[in-house]
Each structure stands twice: as structure tokens, then as C-alpha cells.
Design a protein around this ligand. Structure first.
Ligand code: CDP
Ligand code: CA
Length: 416
């Protein structure tokens, strides 16, 4: 595990196992001999860039640490949208790092690992453009006072993202520390990709899954087989482009993309990943839930796969599942709420059928709610009566893959 590490501009070769000891410093030991340490994880998502500054307490050196505190800040612009202006991406990262310098005590800066993981927005960029952005971020990191290694900045693949979201949620719920049998599945709907992850209870679910839908995960010397898969382009914002038939168009500037999911008189520009598309409602034809449903299936049929027995698990639905439920009034959002799949359908029908409003301000609500309904039922095979736990935070902490990624970086979980 030897590698190269940058510390304040100097280049060293280090043994990461030794480095690991430095990450959990003796000097931070309180009287009760438990150790406190910090870790900084940036989430370069397709629609936002976030920083999580964690402090952990390590009581048993061989066990999992406990999460003590999290300082979180989010900016609603994805670094991948700076595809043609990398210096702007660098500026945003530098800005976000200020959150870390004020959250981590100065004496701990040089021992605190700084990590950024990018998801589907970066996966969709041409490799050379993604590389330039990553190099820009590495440059900003190397100038920071934190502990930066050759592993600090990378694009994670969808399988990792799915596993790490599962680790985060179940870590926060205490299942990893105590009873794995009570683990919950995770449905994560991002802007550009979507993940489903759960620990199958029946062997047949594993046996029937394609090999790339099953991943090994090692926690404290025990190996688990997770069902996990990430569907690139099935995030909410990219699914809009698929529904409009606009994704991958070489010259979208010259075309108008229409959908029966949009209000008839709607006409505007839609920008994603640094590309702008002209979109309109379809004046000809009936626009409502049924016709919209047929359109959104374009994004799902033939790509999203039903696990053998998806009903054996309880699922937490995070990210856009939560945000859309909250924004459309399906849940109050004051705390986590249990919502049956059919309530997404009911809400979609209500919004798509509401001709009294132009839906200006929220023109995509009909498309988005219909897509979520179709993804859950036609895509993953959930029955209407199944309840999902809509989750934003667990015990006050963000339920994001970022925490799992931090634990993986600290070698507390391994993905062999
Ligand atoms: N810590 C976080 C990060 C993102 N999100 C949600 O994730 C969705 C956006 O996904 P994203 O920008 O990370 O896109 P992907 O790169 O995951 O496809 C929004 O619904 C955000 O509110 C969240 O709920 N909590
Ligand atoms: Ca995400």
C-alpha cells in the first residue's frame, strides 16, 4: 500500500499503514484513552458540491469509530458543470475548504485527511475534460494545510457509490456496530445516476443477479455480499433528457425538444452538465399522467433491472426521492416519513392532471414524479403497497455515501 503523498507542496513516498497511525493521533487522546480525529470528505455531485467535516471517536482501535460531529456545507452547482472553465471549479473548492479550516482545530490540520470523490456528473464527461478538472482540484488540495495523498481526489464508480451509501446509512443506524441482520437497503436518486443497494436475505436474490450486481464488502474482517447497482443516466436530471430524447444529441443548440410531460404552453432552456437544450411542451396531443408515463419509460425499459426479491428488505429512499416528496407536499419533511409507493403515483397523477396551473416555476414536476413512480415500479419492481422510508438525515447526520467513503479511506471498510 505504498504510495505518493503531497504535504504542503512537498512530495514524499510513504507507507500508508504508517500514515494510518498518524491519522489517529496519540496527541488527541482524552483521559479515557479514546482518540478523536477528523476527516474531510467532499462530494462532487452532478448538481451540487458539498463538504463534510467529520470528527470521530475511536475507542477500540480494532473496531469501528463513532461519529462525533459533522459540519456540512453544500453549494448548488456541480463541479462537472465547469467542464470548460476548470479554474472556476478550483475557486469553488477553495471556497468550500474554508468550512474545513474553521471546523478542524489548527493543530490537527496536517493530520486530517482531505478527500474528494466525484460521481456521475464526472462519469459522463469526456475523459480528457474530466482529467483537467481533477488535476485542478488536486492542485488546490496540494495548497491546503490538510493531509493530502495520491488517493485524495478521484471519480468513484457507481458500484462503490452504491456500497458506500449502504455503509453510511447502516453505520448511522448502528447496524454495522451491532446487528447486520437488521440492515436497511438504500435507494439513492441523484441528478445523473441512481443506485439500489441492499444485503439480500435470500440466496436466490444473489444467485439470480448478474455478477456485476453483486459486490463484496469487508467490514471488520467479515465479508458481506451486497446486491448493488448504479444506473448511469437514470438520475433525475439526466432522465429528463432521455425522456425528451435530447441526451447525446451532438448539436442540441439547433433543435427543440418536446414532451407531453411538460405544460403545453411551456417553452424554455434547460441546462445540464454545461450543455443547454431548448425544451417545450407539446401543443399537439393530450398531456397527462398516462401519456407522460409512456414517455418516461424510454429512460427505464431495457436498462433498469428488477432484483429477484426486492421486497425482502426495508428501504430508505434518499436524495431526489426525498427532495421531490418534500417539494411536492407528499411529506412534510420535518422528520423521516414512511411513504407507500402508490402515493408517488397519486401525486404524479394529481400534478400532471392539474390544468389549472401552468406549473411555471415547477414545470418538470409532472415528469419527475412520473419518472420516480415508473422507476420504483417498472424499474425495480416495487409493489404499490410497499412503504419506503424517505430519509435526509439519520440522528442529525447527512445520510450520504460520503460518510462511507470516509470510513473506506480510513481503512475501516474494504471493498475487495
Ligand atoms: N449530502 C447530500 C448530497 C446530495 N443530496 C441530494 O442528492 C440529489 C442530487 O444528486 P447529485 O447532485 O449528488 O447527483 P449525482 O452525482 O449523485 O447523480 C439532490 O436531491 C440532493 O438534495 C442530499 O440529499 N444530501
Ligand atoms: Ca449524489
Amino acid at each position: 500500500l505504498d504510495g505518493t503523498i503531497f504535504v504542503e507542496g512537498n512530495l514524499f513516498d510513504v507507507d500508508f499503514s504508517a500514515q494510518r497511525e498518524n491519522i489517529l493521533p496519540n496527541s488527541a487522546r482524552p483521559a479515557n484513552s479514546s482518540r478523536v480525529f477528523y476527516g474531510i470528505m467532499m462530494d462532487a455531485g452532478s448538481t451540487g458540491t458539498r463538504i463534510h467535516v467529520y470528527s470521530f471517536i475511536q475507542e477500540d482501535p480494532d473496531g469501528l469509530p463513532y461519529l462525533h460531529n459533522e459540519t456540512f456545507h453544500s453549494e448548488e452547482i456541480g463541479l462537472s458543470s465547469y467542464v470548460n472553465t476548470p479554474e472556476e471549479a478550483g475557486k469553488l473548492v477553495r471556497e468550500l475548504l474554508k468550512v474545513a479550516t474553521s471546523a478542524v482545530p489548527r493543530a490537527m490540520w496536517h493530520k486530517t485527511p482531505l478527500v474528494l470523490r466525484a460521481t456521475a456528473g464526472f462519469r459522463l464527461l469526456p475523459a480528457d475534460k474530466a482529467h483537467v478538472l481533477i488535476e485542478e482540484i488536486k492542485e488546490v488540495f496540494s495548497q491546503s494545510p490538510f493531509l493530502v495523498t495520491s488517493r485524495s481526489v478521484s471519480i468513484i464508480d457507481g458500484t462503490y457509490e452504491g456500497i458506500l451509501a449502504w455503509v453510511s446509512l447502516n453505520f448511522l443506524m448502528g447496524h454495522l456496530h451491532v446487528d447486520m441482520k437488521r440492515s436497511a437497503g438504500v435507494l439513492d436518486l441523484g441528478g445523473a445516476s441512481t443506485q439500489i443497494s441492499f444485503l439480500p436475505k435470500c440466496q436466490k436474490t444473489v444467485n439470480k443477479a448478474p455478477t456485476d450486481h453483486v459486490a463484496k464488502l469487508e467490514i471488520l474482517n467479515t465479508t458481506y455480499l451486497l446486491y448493488t447497482h448504479s444506473y448511469l443516466k437514470n438520475g433525475l436530471k439526466v432522465a429528463r433528457l432521455l425522456t425528451l430524447g435530447a441526451l447525446g444529441d451532438a448539436d442540441p443548440g439547433k433543435k427543440v425538444f418536446k414532451s407531453l410531460c411538460l405544460p403545453k404552453n411551456y417553452s424554455d432552456n434547460y441546462t445540464f452538465g454545461g450543455i443547454t437544450y431548448e425544451v417545450r411542451g407539446n401543443i399537439n396531443g393530450y398531456n397527462g399522467y398516462e401519456t407522460c408515463y409512456k414517455e418516461v419509460l424510454k429512460a427505464i425499459k431495457g436498462s433498469v433491472r428488477k432484483p429477484y426479491n426486492v421486497h425482502e428488505n426495508m428501504f430508505h429512499a434518499v436524495a431526489y426521492y426525498y427532495d421531490m416528496a418534500k417539494d411536492s407536499g407528499l411529506i412534510e419533511g420535518s422528520q423521516d416519513e414512511h411513504v407507500e409507493v402508490k402515493r408517488f403515483k397519486k401525486k404524479a397523477k394529481e400534478v400532471c392532471g392539474d390544468k389549472s396551473k401552468d406549473h411555471y416555476g415547477k414545470p418538470f414536476d409532472c415528469m419527475d414524479l412520473t419518472y420516480i413512480t415508473a422507476l420504483l415500479t417498472e424499474g425495480f419492481g416495487f409493489q404499490d403497497s410497499v412503504g419506503l422510508q424517505l430519509t435526509k438525515k439519520v440522528k442529525g447526520f447527512e445520510s450520504s455515501w460520503a460518510l462511507g467513503a470516509m470510513l473506506e479511506y480510513l481503512h475501516k471498510v474494504r471493498i475487495p
